[in-house]
Design a protein around this ligand. Structure first.
Ligand code: CA
Length: 705
């Protein structure tokens, strides 16, 4: 009987399929992911597509399309929008080819959309377990896919690299690229070239050892791996492409206990293939622990560096370390842009990098030689300059807080983050969001490595009575810098700004229409997309959006119409920056604009529900204890000092706050683990979990008044 029913169901299904409106012939003829090496090499000649993460291999994020230009941009309106299924942060750069947009969303989900209409063609959910949610430093984001030879490649929060059939979204192969027991994650976009897929990983906030891997694009077989920092000498070589250079060059720049904590140096964002030289440029992250006093003395290669590898073999070619002896969370992972520049009358093949440490670097990409380094924000205080003779920074006295606290600029937030930069060969300018900020680096008097926690060896801005630990003769303390963020147009030849627009925003796109596109936020979670004249920075267009926009926009053309598309959704590191008003959570969206578009975007989300106060009260000592636990365990996602934007829930508004049993079931028993809220019973006793509730309730009471 069961068999018959099964057959009957199948017949019915076939009938339903046949009865459905027949797909247009053009649909059947559509090609999916037909990107080969030649097409990638010629990407510049195909501006109607967006073939690779940075537009072309040079990662300039420049488009020759100019239907949308300074004169027509006032007619730019929404063409379509697509609702995602998650409220978490959106950081992807979509790939657009042959009328299909391949993009990724939070929790490493992949979508294929009709790029003309926004209609979903397929969706792939890698089912990242909620337990992996706390592994990335800053939300369960993903910065995009790579498309190559009929496949779509994505890295996942739990460290898998997955190849999907570009037509169907079905898994072709999947490999685990990390040790699942460690706090490794993938948020970066893979890159593809010469039959290989390149992928890095994150984890430098928790004690990890960074590496980049190359996999055979067809089979998923590991081709080579390059570790960015040396391993434990007691364990011998890794039998990896990095063995020789780590043993002969990097190893001697580390002396201390790093091997216990594994050093850091994760390449979690930018990897750039150089089609002229066959290099893969790998941009590496901060050291672990961040406080070098507890890590190792010396330069600590290859932390906070750009390392050039042979893309075919993974063998070392050259490196340039931007921040030797890294001590400030100065990841050097920002996007890199390749071009030719005439410098001092000589044409050079260069790599351009607006680093988190506040300097804009121009490197000779044949040799790694430093051609120039100029501070792009005022008030950079960790170094006084980069000495052109030695190519090294002159680090300020006590900047590594070895003799007491130092307030460094930029701070942990950095002068420039992962938000992609763009470069226009027409204007010769590089466009990126820049920030002025500072952090008080207050070293902890002792250090204890706790597996699974962010433990940098400095206090995160808290006072903790550490003054008692101050040395008798403290060094210079540095100076706080008020927070400011703006869009900067940088002249890489002159080493100075051409213009700046005083609006804080995300990644950029520049076009032959003399326009720079950028998204931004309003009241934290709502947003606006805008266009600026590329030559002088005048804002010529803006459009309000329900979601804030952080990601880099893309542009493409279908049926003689140019589109500009944005991944919209706040989150990422922004989850800690709560606004004055807290809004209800809302899903992220893909937003596409064209001239005279007729779509209507959803309105702003409503205010979040009011705080729910528990009936119980606690004494001040319990509240204080809860505050300390919250700062150590909860603030990274739910908002430091309870400044929550409610992307990850604002705990003051949690229904569980007034319910002791519900609170315990979530905090200690992991009731919401599928959403990324894991059990913290490893670090909290039942009394401690209750003290966190006391602290949150105390803050809720303050917010209610
Ligand atoms: Ca970092």
């Amino acid at each position: 009987m069961k068999q018959i029913w099964h057959r009957a169901w199948r017949i019915a299904a076939v009938l339903i399929l046949c009865a459905a409106p027949s797909a247009p012939a053009e649909e059947a003829a559509r090609t999916f992911g037909a990107i080969d090496d030649q097409r990638l090499l010629d990407a510049e000649r195909e501006p109607q597509s967006w073939l690779t993460h940075g537009g072309t291999y040079l990662e300039q994020r420049y488009s020759k399309l100019d239907q949308i230009n300074v004169d027509t941009v006032s007619r730019l309106k929404p063409a379509w929008h697509f609702e995602l299924d998650t409220t978490r942060g959106q950081e992807a750069t979509p790939i657009v080819v042959d009328g299909v947009m391949y993009t990724t969303s939070a929790w490493s989900k992949v979508y294929a959309l009709d790029a003309k209409t926004g209609r979903q063609l397929w969706r792939y959910d890698p089912q990242v377990p909620g337990e992996a949610g706390p592994k990335p430093c800053c939300d369960v984001v993903n910065r995009g896919a790579a498309v190559y030879r009929g496949r779509v490649y994505v890295g996942t929060i739990d460290g898998r690299l997955i190849a999907l059939d570009a037509r169907t979204g079905k898994v072709a192969w999947s490999v685990l690229t990390v040790d699942p027991k460690r706090m490794h994650s993938i948020t970066g976009a893979p890159r593809v070239a010469r039959g290989k897929v390149f992928i890095g990983n994150g984890g430098g906030e928790f004690g990890g050892r960074g590496y980049v891997s190359a996999y055979d694009a067809a089979t998923g077989k590991l081709a080579w791996r390059f570790y960015t920092v040396p391993g434990d000498p007691a364990k011998g070589p890794d039998h990896a492409a990095s063995d020789d250079v780590l043993a002969n060059t990097a190893r001697k720049t580390w002396s201390g206990k790093w091997a216990e904590y594994t050093g850091g140096g994760h390449p979690w964002n930018a990897l750039v293939f150089d089609p002229q030289l066959g290099h893969l440029y790998v941009a590496t992250g901060n050291g672990f622990p961040m406080n070098p006093h507890y890590r190792a003395s010396g330069d600590n290669l290859f932390l906070a560096s750009i390392v050039a590898l042979d893309a075919d073999t993974g063998k070392y070619v050259w490196h340039y370390q931007e921040t030797p002896g890294e001590a400030w969370d100065y990841d050097a992972v920002q996007d890199m842009t390749l071009t030719e520049l005439t410098l001092g009358g000589e044409q050079r093949s260069v790599l351009m990098h607006a680093s988190k440490n506040g300097y804009f670097y121009v490197l000779d990409r044949r040799t790694g030689k430093l051609l120039s380094a100029s501070p792009f924000v005022p008030g950079v205080s960790w170094a006084t300059r980069i000495d052109p003779a030695t190519a090294r920074p002159q680090v300020s006295e006590n900047a590594r807080y070895e003799n007491g606290p130092f307030t460094s600029s930029p701070g942990e937030g950095g002068a420039h983050g992962w938000q992609p930069q763009s470069f226009s060969p027409k204007t010769g300018l590089v466009y990126f969001p820049a920030s002025e900020n500072s952090t008080l680096y207050l070293p902890t008097p002792t250090y204890e490595y706790v597996e699974g926690l962010d433990n940098p060896g400095i206090f995160h801005g808290a006072t903790h009575g550490a003054a008692a630990q101050m040395p008798a003769r403290p060094g210079p303390a540095g100076k706080a810098v008020p927070y400011k963020s703006y869009l900067l147009a940088w002249n890489p030849v002159m080493g100075k700004p051409a213009w700046r627009a005083d609006v804080a925003g995300g990644g950029t796109l520049v076009t032959a229409g003399n326009l720079v596109f950028q998204g931004r936020s309003r009241e934290t979670v709502m947003g606006e997309v805008a266009a600026f004249r590329a030559d002088d920075g005048k804002e010529v267009w803006s459009y309000r959006t329900p979601n804030a926009v952080m990601a880099g926009p893309v542009t493409y053309e279908i049926d003689h119409e140019q589109y500009v598309a944005f991944m919209a959704g706040a989150g990422g590191a922004g989850i800690i920056a709560g606004g004055a008003t807290v809004r209800a959570r809302q899903v992220g969206r893909v937003l596409a604009f064209k001239l005279d578009g007729t779509d209507t975007l959803p309105g702003d989300p409503p205010l979040a529900p009011p705080v729910v106060l528990p009936r119980e009260t606690w004494n001040a000592a319990v509240v204080e204890e809860g505050k300390a636990h919250y700062a150590r365990l909860c603030g990274r996602c739910h908002g430091l000092n309870m400044r929550s934007s409610n992307i990850v829930p604002d705990l003051r508004r949690s229904a569980a706050l007034a319910d002791k049993a519900a609170w315990k079931s979530i905090v200690l028993d992991g009731a919401l683990r599928s959403q990324g809220m894991v059990s913290w019973s490893r670090y909290l006793t039942p009394e401690a979990a209750e003290s966190v509730r006391a602290y949150v309730a105390d803050e809720a009471r303050k917010a209610a008044h």
